[in-house]
Write a protein that binds this ligand. Structure first.
Ligand code: NAD
Length: 490
């Protein structure tokens, strides 16, 4: 009988800074998308596992919350240093479990460092307020942590998306239960070790693996105070509704269909290279990826350059793998469907094979022209290195196409005209806008979050906006001057 070897030991949960075996009977294989090899198995945890993690968090959180924030952020200064020190090892792990290129995987760690630096600056941003509201009477406002928070994350950024929430939520005094994607659970386990090494007290960061069952359990759990979710729109909606029905605060980020509007006066080379990088980076598995291009008027020369750029992007070389065989099949189905509906495939990434890695899951860059806004490739999130080009005669027509899509994560315009750019900045229906930028991710201290079907809940998940989500305000009114004559207010 053939023995299948696996690279890593099977995973456990991580509770109170210790590996704890799950009570779950089910487990899934974790495969490397690079070559299809078996990395390990991940347990599908149950409510009993979650209860253990919540109990550990509840025990640890009061002492952590009582510590001044200037002391709490010291852990994150050290964590930042550890991310930097271990960047090569983390990059290799991200690449192995997610399938992206070395450069893309490394960028995730670099972004995680930036996220942590922002958390280290939180003492400068959360110092509260004080005002003498009547003679001798003062009102002060202070921030308190929410308590026990749970974070559910997707497969496409195994290191960066967990770090969207870990440094801010924990530095603000919360204890956390992290639920990694079952497809890429390894990076989070390494982050847990680094947090411990940085001096984070036991029980403040816990990891519970699993799928739908455990996510539903954490939405329902009476002792979890807040839930953040990042993933597809269908699940984001379910998580938002379920957590809210249990009176928890919730922010749930969903999928995307980002439109790039290209005007005839756009710089041709810059536009073509930005569009190509945006549609193919991380194999198109980014919620900020360009997925639709609206070509306004005479921009054939830019489309030709885009195709030239796309042909230089080679699977296994400067293009990573997609996450699974099912993802590859889904993406290729979308391309075939568009072709059958009359669209023209200018660059075809179907049936990509990387020599020596025949077991891997690869799709080449794909450019589809003459797509109609009603086709599935124009409306739905494909989540692969595919761009659908729609033609329009005017900027208003292009904006109507962008506005007509149900998502609203990002939108970009390529032009040399300040007036046209300003018009798109105002009229595009998306939370993050780019001008001559293919992937308009706001950098810290600005926050990340879309509109429409791309985000549910108030506020964003990172940056300054996230402070509201991870804290609650206490308003105190004091009077110490017994002689003070106060007015009707106190
Ligand atoms: P997904 O929705 O399948 O899974 C996300 C998380 O939810 C995982 O941890 C998974 O275990 C869990 N889950 C899956 N099905 C569930 C269910 N029925 N009930 C409860 N939990 C469930 O998403 P994915 O495939 O891991 O990630 C890709 C998606 O994430 C894309 O749609 C992408 O656009 C989106 N995404 C959005 C952002 C953003 O900022 N808006 C960022 C990254 C990824």
């Amino acid at each position: 009988m053939e023995t299948i070897t696996q690279k890593y030991a099977d995973l456990t949960n991580y509770i109170n800074s210790k590996p704890i075996k799950s009570h779950g009977q089910r487990r899934l294989e974790v495969l490397s998308p690079l070559d299809g090899s078996l990395l390990c198995h991940v347990p599908m945890s149950t409510r009993a596992d979650l209860d253990q993690a919540v109990a550990a968090a509840q025990k640890a959180q009061p002492a952590w919350a009582a510590m001044p924030i200037k002391e709490r952020v010291q852990v994150f200064f050290r964590y930042r240093h550890l991310l930097e020190k271990n960047i090569d090892e983390l990059t290799a792990l991200i690449q192995e479990e997610n399938g992206k290129t070395w450069t893309e995987a490394r960028a995730e760690v670099e972004k995680s460092i930036e996220l942590t630096e922002f958390a280290c600056s939180l003492p400068q941003l959360v110092q509260g307020e004080l005002l003498e509201v009547s003679k001798g009477v003062e009102c002060r406002v202070e921030r308190y942590p929410v308590g026990i928070v749970a974070c559910v994350v997707p497969f496409n950024f195994p290191c960066m998306v967990p770090n969207w929430t870990i440094p801010n939520a924990i530095a603000l005094g919360n204890a956390m239960i992290m639920k990694p994607s079952e497809l890429v659970p390894l990076s989070t386990m390494r982050l847990a070790e680094l947090l411990k090494e940085a001096g984070l007290p036991d029980g403040i960061f816990n990891v519970v693996h699993g799928d739908r069952e455990i996510v539903e359990a954490l939405c329902d759990h009476p002792d979890i105070d807040a839930v953040s979710f990042v993933g597809s729109t269908a699940v984001a909606k379910q998580v938002f509704i379920r957590s809210s029905s249990h009176l928890k605060r919730c922010v749930a980020l969903g999928g995307a269909k980002n439109h790039l509007i290209v005007l005839p006066d756009a710089n041709p080379n810059m536009t073509a290279s930005n569009v190509a990088a945006s549609m193919s980076g991380c194999a198109g598995q980014r919620c900020m990826a360009a997925s639709a291009m609206v070509a306004v008027g005479s921009v054939q020369h830019i489309i030709d350059l885009l195709c030239e750029e796309a042909r230089q992007i080679v699977p296994g070389k400067n293009l990573g793998a997609v996450i699974s065989r099912q993802a590859k099949e889904r993406i290729e189905r979308y391309i075939t469907e568009a072709e059958q509906q009359g669209a023209k495939i200018l660059v075809d990434g179907r049936n990509a094979i990387v020599p020596g890695k025949e077991g891997g899951f690869y799709v080449g860059p794909t450019v589809i022209d003459f797509v109609q806004p009603t086709m599935s490739v124009a409306r739905e999130e494909i989540f692969g290195p595919v761009i659908s080009i729609m033609r329009s005669n005017t900027l208003d027509e292009a904006l109507a196409i962008e506005n007509g899509n149900e998502y609203g994560n990002a939108a970009s315009v390529f032009t040399q005209s300040g007036g046209a750019a300003r018009y798109v900045m105002d009229k595009a229906s998306a939370g993050m806008i780019g001008v001559n930028i293919g992937v308009p991710v706001p950098r810290e201290p600005f926050s990340f979050g879309g509109w429409n079907e791309s985000k549910f809940g108030v506020g964003d998940i990172t940056g300054k906006s996230s402070i509201e989500f991870w804290t609650k305000l206490k308003k105190t009114t004091t009077k110490w001057d017994a002689a003070a004559r106060t007015n009707w207010m106190s």
